[in-house]
Design a protein around this ligand. Structure first.
Ligand code: 13P
Ligand code: SF4
Length: 360
């Protein structure tokens, strides 16, 4: 019989800490724990590998462990399942750990939009569908089926170059900001980009707007990163003009334009860690990452960008109680919270993910 989560919910973090350590020792190489940079400390410290979405996808693909426990969000565990061998098992400690941005696009809406675009364009020859890795597996499968590809925050430019080398337009979902910020950096003007409002027929656009656009940006966003505002940068720079500003590309255009550096979570960590002692940094990404970076880089000043607490509440769902619960079940021979992508979606999604992995 599987162990009940209720018995773990009443344990303290310290009690869970001890259980996690014991279970990890018992499982040994049979289990690997992957931890995204936004995980809270109590969970993050148990990760065997940490990274951004691209690095963790590669870690999952290369892992030989029987169990891949993903301390992250749902789409990440799906990617681990798709890229690992069939006999490996991907596990998400809390099944409610989703990504609100990923949920802003779904297959029905994307398929409907594709059909609408097909009324005015030769979509299969003119449009490359590109999905941010923050999306459900069936959207990655959609891209695989239509000659498209997956991107992450660290390879978006290379993926757009790959896409434009094949077809003249890109339909980019679900994050309009990553799409816009990356395309603009490549020299594509804002006047060559349109936002596809998925609640309106034809995305709320005219035929002329669609025909003239190079980038068709899905109207999705990350609510955590939309809390960083250009005035947060202005106010801080007024006080400390020597500050270097570094942000995640899910931030809005105006914030990215004001930043000195824009990149993935792994890029942010590497850049600040490598900076000279005594430098001052203002960082626009999730709070757990920034707090940990600030504690680690005692020779620098690392300041969180917003006066509000910008935490990813779904990343936060993974707590030591869930982690202890799933690991103890594995020790007892029970798999709980397995993430298993249906075979057809997995095959097509793998095509789009492998296309990405051959580019970067
Ligand atoms: P990274 O791939 O940069 O870690 O980003 C993932 C994410 O969800 C950012 O909000
Ligand atoms: Fe999704 Fe935003 Fe959380 Fe990243 S920070 S997992 S994009 S909701």
């Amino acid at each position: 019989m599987t162990l009940s989560l209720y018995d773990y919910a009443i344990l303290t973090d310290e009690e869970c800490d001890a259980l996690i350590g014991k279970a990890k020792a018992q499982l040994g190489d049979r289990c690997v724990i992957l931890g995204h940079h936004y995980q809270r400390n109590e969970v993050f410290k148990h990760a065997d590998f940490s990274g951004d979405s691209l690095k963790l996808s590669k870690d999952a693909a290369q892992s030989t462990a029987e169990y891949i426990v993903f301390c992250g969000v749902h789409f990440m565990a799906e990617v681990a399942d798709i890229l690992s061998r069939p006999e490996q098992i991907a596990i998400l400690p809390d099944l409610a750990a989703g990504c609100s941005m990923a949920d802003m696009a779904n297959l029905m809406k994307v398929q409907q939009s594709w059909n609408e675009l097909a009324q005015v364009l030769d979509v299969e020859n003119e449009v490359t569908p590109v999905t941010y890795i923050n999306s459900a597996a069936d959207l990655k499968a959609f891209c695989g089926e239509h000659g498209g590809i997956v991107c992450t925050s660290s390879n978006a430019q290379k993926i757009l170059e790959w896409s434009f080398a094949r077809r003249e337009k890109v339909l980019f979902f679900p994050d309009q900001h990553l799409g816009r910020n990356t395309a603009y950096r490549m020299g594509i003007g804002l006047d060559e980009m349109v936002v596809w409002d998925f609640t309106k027929p034809m995305g709320g656009l005219t035929v002329e707007q669609i025909k003239n656009a190079k980038m068709i940006l899905w109207d999705g966003f990350c609510s955590v990163h939309q809390m960083f505002k250009p005035e947060h940068i202005d106010n801080y720079l007024a006080q400390y003009p020597e500050t270097k500003v570094i942000v995640h590309p899910e931030c809005c255009f105006e914030v990215c334009q004001k930043a000195d550096y824009v990149g993935s979570t792994e890029f942010i960590l590497k850049t600040v860690r490598a900076a000279e002692a005594g430098t001052r940094w203002q960082v626009g990404t999730e709070l757990n990452l920034v707090n940990r970076l600030s504690e680690e880089c005692t020779d620098k000043t690392v300041q969180f960008m917003s006066p509000m607490l910008c935490m990813c509440s779904t990343m936060f769902r993974t707590d030591p109680q869930h982690l202890a619960w799933i690991l103890d079940n594995l020790v007892a021979g029970h798999v709980v919270n397995q993430i298993s992508v249906p075979e057809k979606d997995a095959r097509l999604a793998k095509e789009a993910l492998n296309a990405m992995l051959t580019v970067v």
